[in-house]
Each structure stands twice: as C-alpha cells, then as structure tokens.
Write a protein that binds this ligand. Structure first.
Ligand SMILES: Nc1ncnc2c1ncn2[C@@H]1O[C@H](COP(=O)(O)OP(=O)(O)OP(=O)(O)O)[C@@H](O)[C@H]1O
Ligand SMILES: [Mg+2]
Length: 248
C-alpha cells in the first residue's frame, strides 16, 4: 500500500531521512517508535505530500507518488483524499460546530450532499462516543473529545490509510485512554491501513502487526510487537525501550 524506497530528506544541512526503506501492506497496522527528532513526523508529512523528498521514491497503492521528477499531481490529489491524518494538535475549526467540522471536507472536497454528509458524520461521531456533542463548538469540549472529533473528521473522507502522529501526547493523562480506546477499536474492526507514531508502548504492542524502531533517519529494527518489545536484537532498541519504560 505504501512504499518508501531510498528516501532522503534534509532540512538545510541536516539530513533527517538518510535513505529510508519502508513498506506497509494493505490493511497492515504499523507503529513507528523512536526518539524525538529522529524524523518520524517527517515520514508522515512526506506521505501526505506536505513536504518533498530530495531523493528516492514514494509509492502508494503500487504507483509512484514522488520520484526525482517530482510529485505526480494526479496521485497527489488522490492521496490527499484517500489518506487521513490525525495530528498531535487537533486543528479543528473553532467557529464551526462539531458536526460541521466533520462534514466540511466531504461536502466541499468530495461534493457530497449535506444530508448524506450529516448522516455519515453523526454515525462516526456516535462511534467515537460524541453523539451528545454534535452541536457544540470545539472550545466547549475537552482535549480528548476534540481529538475524537479530529478522528471522526479524518474518517469522514472514507480513507484507505490513516496516519496518527502522537495523537495523545498533548492530552492530560486521564484523557489519553479514551482516545487510544477509539483507535484500538478502529484497528481491531477496520481493514484500513494504519501507520501510527506513538510513545504509548502498551498500546502499540496491542494494536500493531509490526513495529518499527526508528532512529537518526533510518529503521533500526522492525518486527512483530512480541519481538520488538520483549526480545529486541538491537542495542539501540533496548536502550530506547528501557529509557521510555523507566520514565513511567
Ligand atoms: N520544516 C522543517 N524545517 C526545518 N527543520 C525541520 C522541519 N521539520 C522537521 N525538521 C527537523 O527535522 C528533524 C526531524 O523532525 P521530525 O519532526 O520528523 O522528528 P520526530 O521524530 O517526529 O520528533 P518528535 O518525536 O519530537 O515529534 C528535527 O531535527 C526537526 O527539527
Ligand atoms: Mg514528531
């Protein structure tokens, strides 16, 4: 579904991705773990076409999204519709109701009718436990509720791939569980491809088919969660895990 082949990306003189090779199969749930500044968000931003690589190739659904010739504009449009992303900061429209936040893109990007978009939005908001709050403004909701709106908003585009970038790291600790619960439910019930950057190790272990340990712009180690979390081979993975697990 997604392939990075020898992808390089620098910001100024700092090479953030040093020839990244990564494949994610259709329907696979893959978590990326690794230290701050190692380039995890950059991977997701490249895939969303928010940044351009310097070299290599990115493929989506077997077709080139980016190569040395630049972005394929047709694929780029498709990717922006078919790939949903949820960020650390939810970036909801503050002046719109929850319902409007969710229907905005389906109506204006996909050209859905208002009734169809409303019905789908209500269904999704019900699924994330917010049926009581559809007419509120984001400012009237808790951070965890706002993040669940952001998830419903991304799902409203019926994406084939969902990207989650540390979606709970800006939340108060007691709100983390409700958001992880929604994502866990999605991971277990939906066939969509999911790529998640997370510091929640137990969550990653629970939902992932595969975990990638990432450092200094490259994959250090990849494998099923049972191996990465319980019998990692690489020294770098062991050090990272003992550092994050000790903090608890
Ligand atoms: N638009 C940008 N301009 C300049 N430097 C950038 C830009 N985006 C990222 N960087 C730099 O690239 C490096 C990797 O950033 P990235 O956000 O991908 O890391 P990360 O692994 O997501 O870190 P964190 O866990 O803290 O979110 C960092 O050193 C960052 O400062
Ligand atoms: Mg990041």
């Amino acid at each position: 579904m997604i392939a990075f082949r020898g992808v390089r990306k620098s910001f100024g003189s700092h090479e953030v991705l040093t020839g990244l090779d990564l494949e994610v199969g259709a329907g696979e749930k893959v978590s990326i773990i690794g230290p701050s500044g190692s380039g995890k968000t950059t991977i997701l931003r490249l895939l969303m076409t928010l940044e351009q690589p310097d070299a290599g190739r990115i493929e989506v659904d077997g077709e080139t999204l980016w190569d040395a010739g630049g972005f394929d504009t047709g694929r780029m449009k498709l990717v922006r519709r078919r790939i949903g992303m949820v960020f650390q900061h939810f970036n909801l429209f503050p002046h719109m109701t929850v319902l409007r936040n969710v229907t905005e893109a389906p109506v204006h990007v996909l050209g859905q009718g208002r009734e169809e978009a409303d019905a789908h939005a209500r269904e999704l908001l019900g699924m994330v436990g917010l049926e009581q709050h559809v007419d509120k403004k984001p400012g009237q909701l808790s951070g965890g509720q706002q993040q669940r709106v952001a998830i419903a908003r991304a799902l409203a585009m019926r994406p084939r791939v969902m990207l989650f970038d540390e979606v709970t790291s800006a939340l108060d600790p007691e709100l983390v569980g409700e958001v992880l619960g929604v994502i866990r439910e999605l991971a277990h019930s939906q066939s969509m491809t999911m790529l998640l950057v997370t510091h929640e190790m137990r969550f990653a272990e629970d939902i992932s088919d595969r975990v990638l340990m990432f450092d200094s712009g490259a994959v250090v180690e990849a494998g099923p969660p049972s191996v990465i979390f319980h019998e990692p081979r690489e020294e770098r993975t062991k050090r990272f895990l003992s550092a994050v697990l000790d903090r608890r």
